[in-house]
Design a protein around this ligand. Structure first.
Ligand code: SF4
Ligand code: SF4
Length: 460
């Protein structure tokens, strides 16, 4: 813990991040880790296998930010500071267990990926970086950067790259290969613009020598790369403090600044784009009065952009990452139309607004909860007829015109009961857009099913 704190606070400047003694005390201790390494390495060897460690996991620290509820005692640090902490751990572990291969996962991004490869890590895992704008689209840059480094060094194979990447190649050859013609040939190709260490060893070296050369080079590279990363200002607090920009406006069901950042930053692909018609209309809602359903002015309903965002609830684990990167306030996964994958799922979260929609031949059936009120809309697209109800009053609608052509009361209607026509407009625009078969999304994609869709079902 002292070593982690020294790196976090004194070297990297994250003075506000606090570790807790108890988290280190209950975790695996250094001596135990070495003992486990020895035991499992031996067991693996006896079975013709290799024991390997993965470094590391996220770092448990005190929750000191308002982002998470105060009831959460801890949060988990990842990204830039974890990269440096874990590289230092790698150096310490390799001094103790130089023969154990390491899989690395800590703050890997496109810029440091070539360095991670130079340390002989396999596999290399990235996560935090993929939660930033661009999402999985950030991955090709990792390989572009590695290719650029490999071309600059004149190498064509990963092993040759490891040997040459940090200027330790000649020493690695001296340590791994006995003096003689093979050692000289390797040193010569290493210095050339067309390095072929693998080819030289394959032609005149014993089996296993190339792997040993690469392993020795990775070990020699370790203090060099770790020192470089530890000194690099890009990992320091001052370079990583700036939160993503907010513009001060608040999200609503429709319309936003359309930056689309919430789509790729979602690790679960839960946010998606869809197109809807723009609409501005003064609408009327309906009230049950003295045995009749009467219209009264409802307000103005406006959707100003065709490009919209929705959320697929069944994929969303509410990690909040889209909220972090959305320039507007409120959180896309909370404010944007939330579509459930089944009627059962929609029902099971009864305290939450959202939609379930299904298209069957010419009929669209939509269940919605808006501001806590449940509605049902059934649209016969062939007849252009919508039946919209809250379970008490029912409106018949010319769907393409968003216009009421009939209003009816059910047996449960009570004096003064109101059905809000803006709920229909919300449902119509969101669902017409999301069910458009020309734009695939998690809602309109054909699933093998079965969906629990009792025909003719209504809320209430
Ligand atoms: S919801 Fe936020 S992140 Fe998503 S497109 Fe709109 S403004 Fe951008
Ligand atoms: S809160 Fe949901 S939609 Fe937003 S990033 Fe997390 S999983 Fe994706």
């Amino acid at each position: 813990r002292e070593a982690v704190d020294a790196l976090l606070h004194d070297v990297l400047g994250y003075g506000e991040v606090r570790t807790r003694p108890r988290d280190f005390e209950k975790d695996l201790q250094w001596g135990q880790a070495l003992e486990i390494t020895d035991r499992l390495s031996e067991l693996a060897r006896s079975r013709g296998r290799t024991f390997q460690v993965k470094l590391s996991n996220t770092l448990v620290v005190e929750n000191h930010r308002p982002f998470f509820p105060a009831s959460e005692a801890v949060m988990y640090l990842s990204g830039e500071p974890l990269h440096v902490i874990t590289l230092n751990l790698v150096e310490k572990y390799r001094r103790a267990c130089p023969a154990v291969p390491i899989s690395f996962s800590a703050g890997v991004d496109a810029r440091n990926f070539p360095e991670c490869v130079a340390l002989g890590f396999t596999p290399i895992t990235t996560c935090t970086d993929l939660l930033r704008p661009g999402g999985y689209g950030r991955l090709p840059k990792y390989l572009d950067n590695l290719e650029e480094r490999m071309r600059a060094l004149g190498v064509r194979q990963i092993g040759d790259y490891v040997v040459k990447a940090a200027g330790q190649g000649e020493e690695a050859i001296r340590r791994a290969v006995p003096p003689g013609p093979l050692q000289a040939a390797l040193a010569e190709t290493l210095r050339s613009d067309a390095v072929d260490l693998a080819g030289v060893v394959a032609r005149s070296g014993p089996p296993g020598l190339y792997d040993e050369l690469v392993r020795v080079a990775a070990l020699l590279n370790t203090p060099v790369v770790v020192e470089r990363a530890t000194r690099d200002p890009r990992y320091r607090a001052e370079a990583n403090r700036k939160p993503p920009r907010k513009v001060g406006s608040r999200l609503a069901l429709f319309d936003c600044i359309n930056c689309d950042k919430c789509v790729p930053v979602c690790p679960n692909d839960a946010n998606f784009v869809y197109e809807t018609g723009v609409l501005r209309t003064e609408y009327q809602s309906y009230r049950y009065e003295k045995g009749a359903v009467k219209a009264f002015p409802g307000g103005v309903f406006a959707v100003t952009k065709a490009h919209q965002i929705a959320n697929f609830q069944d994929f969303c684990n509410e990690c909040g990452n889209c909220d972090t990167f959305c320039p507007e306030d409120g959180g896309p996964y909370i404010e944007k139309p939330r579509f459930f994958g089944s009627l059962q799922a929609w029902r099971s979260l009864a305290g939450r607004d959202g939609f379930f929609a299904e298209r069957a031949e010419s009929i669209d059936a939509i269940w919605a909860r808006i501001r806590g009120v449940e509605y049902h809309l059934e649209v016969d697209r062939r007849l252009d007829r919508g039946l919209f109800t809250d379970g008490v009053l029912q409106l018949e609608v010319r769907h393409s015109e968003r216009r009421v052509v009939g209003a009816f009361a059910g047996s449960r209607a009570r004096e003064g009961h109101v059905i809000d026509f803006s709920a229909y407009l919300n449902m119509a625009l969101a669902v017409d857009g999301v069910l458009d078969p020309l734009k695939a999304n998690p809602v309109n994609a054909p699933y093998p099913g079965p969906f629990p869709l009792p025909s003719g079902e209504r809320p209430g």
